[in-house]
Design a protein around this ligand. Structure first.
Ligand code: ADP
Ligand code: G6P
Length: 458
């Protein structure tokens, strides 16, 4: 009999990764982990997930006060479940089909089986009447499997990515099963009000769920629908940005650039949803149309490698790198490189130093559940300066209203926003940034996790 716990978190990846060279585990960076660590510690909670490495699932262990239970995935399962159904079917479909989703029965079956395995692992460790909190699109069937096995449990689910409009969701050949999977939860939470409404419409159309006020009734139970936009550990970004170490790094970073007036910054996982290519094309337009103003800027583009095994990601990387080469070839000269591009994961202090030196932050996704980078930039601007240019298609846009909101597909508008951004008077930038900072400080990830857990415990 395993040790049980009243509080279990289930996500595809565990919040740690294995550093094989050092032979030790490292806690993954990010607000979700920072928010959950104190909650797990307080409740002696357990986190269930995959190590990120196929055929590698050591017995349960404790790291950074977190009790971790690895779930095994074979190489074949990783290919069919993770690369296939999760990232070649669901990811593009849920991001408004900006790449064509692939539908294969040979991916769907492993998705079901692995979801069942995650649910079983949770069911074994969850104490009677405990709370299970399931995360993201990889595990949409877990609420139902877990409920079948453990009807005493209280089950929450949080979707980190958008839930698509019903017209798109309808294409999914297994739409009924996915809805039944999700409806196994007591509380279903989403990043935006739009996603709540999209899910509600899909459930009313393609499942036996019926309206119950703003919520749903399903199999005699109430299923609560919640809007809960995720956030960041704002205080951590703020105090790091104020630290001596980051001030030194930021000063060194600025010295590396030619003496331009303005540094523009992009920070993204290299994903086709992030609109890095549109951003670069707008930079090209900016240099073509306004050579004098553009030559006073440099774009620092930081891209973290992601899902490199998938062709769409390899193609996107090629596209981005070709555009960087093209802009630098056409508009660069000795001593001046218009785009400085780095394809790697940065350390936390390096990242905050980059936010600190950036006069303009460019966040231009075509579709994004939230976009934490936008909030991280705001939290790091401790002098109330800097301008955030933000896509209206990021979940963050509904909260960060004082950003310069753009449609990234409108390259002329984006190029014009760039020209204006670099000329914005400091007073206007400060007014906008103060309002943005107040929002990000107030609605931090701790408030988000409290809101989600209160809904589960009441
Ligand atoms: P997504 O969850 O789709 O990747 P978000 O913007 O919500 O998008 O979160 C991305 C996270 O990855 C942020 O916390 C950001 O700080 C981090 N990140 C992105 N690019 C880099 C990079 N080059 N180095 C380190 N961290 C990065
Ligand atoms: C997004 C998803 C997460 C996922 C992360 C990294 O943020 O919402 O569920 O973990 O991307 O992607 P990966 O495929 O490397 O886990």
């Amino acid at each position: 009999m395993e040790d049980t716990s009243n509080f279990v978190v289930i996500s595809n990846r565990l919040p740690v990764s294995r550093d094989e060279e050092e032979g030790r585990w490292e806690t993954s960076p990010g607000g979700l982990v920072s928010a959950l660590v104190p909650i797990l510690r307080e409740r002696e909670g357990v986190w269930i997930g995959w190590t990120g490495v196929p055929d590698f699932a050591p017995p349960p262990f404790t790291h950074d006060d977190m009790r971790l239970h690895p779930v095994p995935l074979s190489q074949q399962e990783m290919e069919a479940y993770y690369l296939g159904f999760c990232n070649n079917t669901l990811w593009p479909l849920y991001h408004n089909a900006i790449r064509t989703p692939q539908y294969h029965r040979r991916w769907w079956h492993p998705y079901r089986e692995t979801n069942e395995r995650f649910a079983e692992a949770a069911g074994r460790v969850l104490a009677p009447s405990g709370v299970a909190w399931v995360h993201d699109y990889q595990l949409q069937l877990v609420p139902r499997y877990l409920r079948e096995w453990r009807p005493d449990a209280t089950i929450g689910f949080f979707l980190h990515i958008p839930f698509p409009p019903v017209e798109l969701f309808a294409y999914l050949p297994w739409r009924e099963s996915v809805l039944e999977g999700l409806l196994g939860a007591d509380v279903l939470a989403f990043q935006t009000r739009q996603s709540v409404s999209n899910f509600r419409n899909a459930a009313l159309q393609y499942s036996a769920a019926r309206p119950d006020g703003d919520d749903l009734k399903y199999e005699g139970r109430r299923v609560r629908l919640q809007w809960a936009p995720i956030s960041i550990d704002a205080e951590n970004f703020e105090s790091t940005a104020r630290s001596r170490a980051v001030a030194d790094r930021a000063a060194r970073l600025r010295e590396q650039f030619p003496p331009v007036r303005r540094i523009l910054l992009g920070v993204d996982r290299l994903d086709y949803t992030k609109g890095i290519d549109h951003r670069l094309r707008a930079i090209h337009t900016f240099h073509s149309r306004h050579p004098k103003e553009a030559a006073e800027t440099v774009l620092l583009q930081l891209a973290v490698p992601s899902r490199e095994e998938l062709i769409q990601y390899a193609e996107q990387r090629d596209r981005v790198e070709r555009l960087v080469g093209q802009i630098n070839g056409e508009f660069g000269r000795p001593g001046y490189t218009p785009v400085v591009y780095m394809y790697r994961q940065l350390e936390f202090e390096e990242l905050v130093a980059a936010y600190s030196v950036a006069d303009v932050m460019l966040v231009t996704p075509l579709c994004d559940g939230m976009n934490l980078v936008a909030k991280e930039y705001v939290a790091s601007r401790v002098s109330d300066d800097g301008l955030l240019v933000l896509s209206e298609f990021a979940g963050a846009a509904s909260e960060l209203k004082e950003a310069v909101l753009i449609n990234p597909l409108n390259l002329d508008q984006l190029a014009e926003a760039l020209r204006r951004a670099v000329q914005t008077p400091p007073e206007e930038a400060a007014t906008r940034m103060q309002a943005l900072r107040a929002t990000v400080q107030r609605y931090d990830v701790y408030r988000w996790s409290r809101k989600c857990i209160e809904a589960l415990e009441n």
